[in-house]
Design a protein around this ligand. Structure first.
Ligand code: GDP
Ligand code: GDP
Length: 439
């Protein structure tokens, strides 16, 4: 599982600036909480081979007793609780404030690994001005400049090293194919995830089985349906209450992100009565970035009229256009309508994500595509495609070798993608095409 880093500190110390440095995500996931001036942001980052999740928090006043500040403090506490290490940001230029002392006290009591960082330290003679931050009782202070990038990398190394029990990447064993489809049901709060899961788990066709070595402290539910084994990965703090599963935390972005990473197939659930919201689009974007196979289902179809139906179908076409490769289902978990075909799409998406494509077949398809329509000349360069091989699974990657391939326009790449998708019947999985130019 990817380690989680939380950025904490009072407003204006530079947390968002640092967040942007630490994340490469095109689009951070935003958890919007009504009434907050600043939302929590979630993003992905990478240091060498090590990937991590960063949570940015709003301004934090631990003792805030009312209204918006109290809610912000609550959100920050949850982000800290969900993290493996905290980066506590102070302002090197402004010096220590009373608020910094309060936050430090809160973090010390918590005992979570914490790295103290003095931001805006560009051009400062190290040491002298930073001595005062030792008062916070959190050990050494690392000077960084988020705006200029100085010190950020070594700070990140320090933060990751502070996480106990983080496995060495070189020790991680490659995944073995077990035939079990790991499935995550993702979606905003209240779209109907627990309702759907309870309907599923109540089905007679579904048989529980024991899965050895179940993922650490996450609840996952192994079951078999019509001869296919599945492992349902917990996204929302699912807890068993008697025979019924309920989502107690209701919604945890970190759990959702980790479940997406660990799944083969993500069923993204939307709520027909709410349309496609920003948060839906953010989660969808994250799924795409993670490369996981995806099936879309719009729940509560029973509760909308013809006008709303048309409305939401149009929204999907525009706002979720980047998931065009996914199958779409209109369902009602509550009324148990439309659920059967969802299983078919899940199996199809999994099979597509794991498809094996041989070099001779890929190369033949490539050369046929080029014969049908060659890539355009770009100035002096005429891209020449020679052969193709599979570079990975889940998601499938096709590597195309040739000359001057850096000049291939995006439109042509999409043309090739369409041909490969059709030939290999790839539905529900992203397909990545990479070019390797030899001269
Ligand atoms: P946040 O409220 O903690 O998220 O802070 P922001 O990231 O919004 O930054 C607050 C202000 O500090 C902005 O005007 C930033 O441009 C500025 N800032 C952030 N990082 C640095 C830095 O490394 N050096 C300097 N000089 N200014 C910075
Ligand atoms: P979760 O937060 O995503 O797990 O959502 P829940 O399963 O707790 O459902 C939120 C609310 O939506 C509950 O009141 C459900 O009864 C309701 N709900 C769930 N599925 C449907 C559906 O298919 N149709 C309608 N009309 N309501 C539904």
């Amino acid at each position: 599982m990817k380690p989680v880093i939380a950025l904490v500190g009072r407003p204006n110390v530079g947390k968002s600036t640092l967040f942007n440095r630490l994340t490469s995500s095109r689009d951070a996931i935003v958890a919007d909480f009504a009434g907050l001036t600043r939302d929590r942001h979630y993003g992905n980052g990478r240091l060498g081979k090590r990937e991590y999740i960063v949570i940015d928090t709003g301004g934090f006043e631990p003792d805030a007793s009312e209204g918006i500040y109290r809610e912000m403090a609550k959100q920050t506490r949850q982000a800290v609780a969900e993290s493996d290490v905290v980066i506590f940001v102070v302002d090197a230029r402004a010096g220590i404030s009373a608020q910094d002392h309060e936050i430090a006290q809160y973090l010390r009591r918590l005992g979570k690994p914490t790295v103290l960082v003095a931001n805006k330290a560009e051009g400062m003679t190290q040491g002298l001005q930073l001595v005062e931050f030792f008062e916070l009782g959190l050990g050494e202070v690392l000077p960084v400049s988020s705006a200029h990038g100085q010190g950020v990398r070594s700070m990140l190394e320090t933060a990751l090293e502070a996480i106990p029990g983080l496995p060495d990447l070189d020790d991680e064993e490659p995944e073995v194919e077990t035939g079990v489809i790991r499935l995550a049901v993702a979606g905003r709060p209240n779209v109907g995830k627990s309702t759907l899961i309870n309907v599923w788990l109540g089905e007679e066709r579904l048989v529980a089985f024991d899965l050895p070595g179940t993922t650490r402290d996450a609840i996952s539910v192994p079951f078999e349906r019509e001869g296919q084994k599945y492992e349902l990965i917990d996204t929302a703090g699912l807890r068993r209450k008697g025979k019924v599963f309920e989502a107690i935390e209701k919604f945890s972005v970190v759990k959702t992100l980790q479940a997406i990473e660990n799944a083969h197939v993500v069923l993204l659930l939307l709520d027909a009565t709410q349309g496609v919201t920003d948060q839906d689009a953010h989660i969808a974007g994250y799924i795409l970035e993670s490369g996981r196979a995806v099936v879309l289902a719009i729940n509560k179809w029973d509760a909308v009229d013809a006008y709303q139906r048309e409305q939401i179908e149009r929204q999907i076409e525009t706002r979720l256009a980047f998931l065009k490769f996914a199958s779409l289902h209109l369902i009602s978990a509550k009324k148990r309508q439309g659920l059967g075909p969802v299983w078919k799409s899940i199996a199809q998406a999994h099979a597509s994500a794991m498809r094996k494509m041989s070099t001779p077949v890929l190369t033949r398809l490539l050369l046929e595509a080029v014969a049908f329509q060659a890539p355009q000349r770009s100035g002096m360069f005429r891209p020449k495609m020679r052969y193709a091989h599979q570079g990975g699974m889940n998601p499938p990657v096709i590597v195309i070798h040739g000359n001057s391939l850096e000049h291939v326009p995006d439109a042509y790449k999409r043309f090739l993608e369409g041909r490969f998708r059709k030939a290999f019947d790839l539905v529900g999985t992203p397909l990545r095409i990479e070019f390797k130019t030899s001269t």
